[in-house]
Design a binder for this molecule. Structure first.
Ligand code: UDP
Length: 312
């Protein structure tokens, strides 16, 4: 394997993936349409002869005049605030966009790695979530554009694996955070850090007893790399995330402490269809690739706070 195509290359996770693959000696081609990506995330790669960038919307059919060995399909809105603002685009990038990229993989005889999400489990009724769980998803709720878009894409990926023996892997990525998230991203960690650094009210939706499990981005991209390059795991579906589960109110207090903030923590209306608990069972990926997240929440938050200090 030599050449990798990363869709969503200027995004938060996509840009870190480009860095990692280049550091491992791969040639990387990055696609992004900038609906939520940011050129600044990949500016430092512009002088690398290993990196080629194309401003490209994957919902348009792609014809390449070079071959790729591996496609990492990471283009999608991912923050609830963003995907609810761009509901149709979210459905299309995960349906038509995935079809276009998977056809490209088939034409190139390339491996196809799809960035799915813990959202396919919806508001889960079992904890922690294992890959065999079918989920508890509202097909017409506000989050459905993302959840059902990703579920369709998973189904399409498996159809290509079964029907055409395409070499595929599906990654169910749980909450991830770190440098290069947008200050206006809308997700909980950037929101809380930005408010804390400005000493403004930190808004907890509902009573804050809902939980998430947050993975630091450096850990996550190492996990993705491991699954992408491992031989003999075609057609596998794996959870990737950090099983350290935390309540949202506790998270607010931790961020307040790390930033030494004078912010008040206030309670706001709960949001509709907000999953109550989320925590990955990562025994499968551990068994298949040996991957394990290493960065604790406190350490990862401290690094992320440093990044956001220059942004607010
Ligand atoms: N949340 C919050 N305040 C915020 C943003 C989010 O209390 O300013 C809560 C949200 O309701 C959810 C959790 O934090 O329970 C994680 O939300 P996020 O949007 O980061 O991602 P999700 O896991 O819901 O996709």
């Amino acid at each position: 394997m030599d050449t990798v195509l990363v869709t969503g290359a200027a995004g938060f996770v996509g840009s870190h993936l480009c860095d990692l693959f280049i550091s491992k000696g791969f040639k990387v081609i990055g696609f992004d349409s900038f609906i939520s990506g940011n050129l600044k995330n990949i500016e430092h790669l512009s002088c690398s002869d290993k990196f080629t960038f194309m401003n490209f919307d994957v919902t348009k059919e792609a014809k390449l005049n070079f071959r790729v060995d591996l496609i990492l399909h990471f283009a999608s809105l991912a923050s609830p605030v963003y995907y609810m603002n761009f509901p149709v685009e979210t459905l299309l990038v995960n349906s038509i966009g995935t079809l276009n990229m998977i056809r490209l993989a088939k034409d190139n005889n390339a491996r196809f790695v799809f960035a799915s999400t813990s959202e396919v489990y919806g508001d889960p009724l079992i904890h922690p979530q294992v890959e065999g769980y079918f989920g508890n998803v509202n097909p017409v709720g506000l989050r459905s554009v993302y959840d059902e878009g990703k579920r369709f894409a998973e189904s399409l990926t498996m159809a290509y694996f079964r029907k055409y023996s395409l070499d595929t892997r599906i990654l169910r990525i749980f909450n991830t955070y770190g440098p290069r998230m947008r200050p206006d991203d809308g997700r909980v960690i950037p929101n809380f850090i930005v408010k804390a650094l400005k000493n403004e009210d930190i808004e907890v939706y509902g009573d804050g007893s809902q939980t998430r499990s947050f993975c630091y981005v450096d850990d996550l991209v190492k996990g993705i790399f491991g699954v992408a390059i491992e031989e003999g795991i075609n057609g596998e579906i794996v959870n990737l995330g950090n099983p350290e589960e935390v309540g949202i109110l506790d998270l607010a207090n931790l961020i307040k402490e790390i930033t030494n903030s004078k912010s008040r923590i206030i309670s706001k209306e709960p949001v509709s269809d907000d999953p109550k608990r989320r925590c990955p069972d990562i025994s499968k990926v551990r068994r298949l690739t040996g991957w394990e997240p290493k960065v604790s929440l406190r350490k990862g938050l401290a690094r992320t706070v440093e990044y956001f200090k220059s942004k607010v």
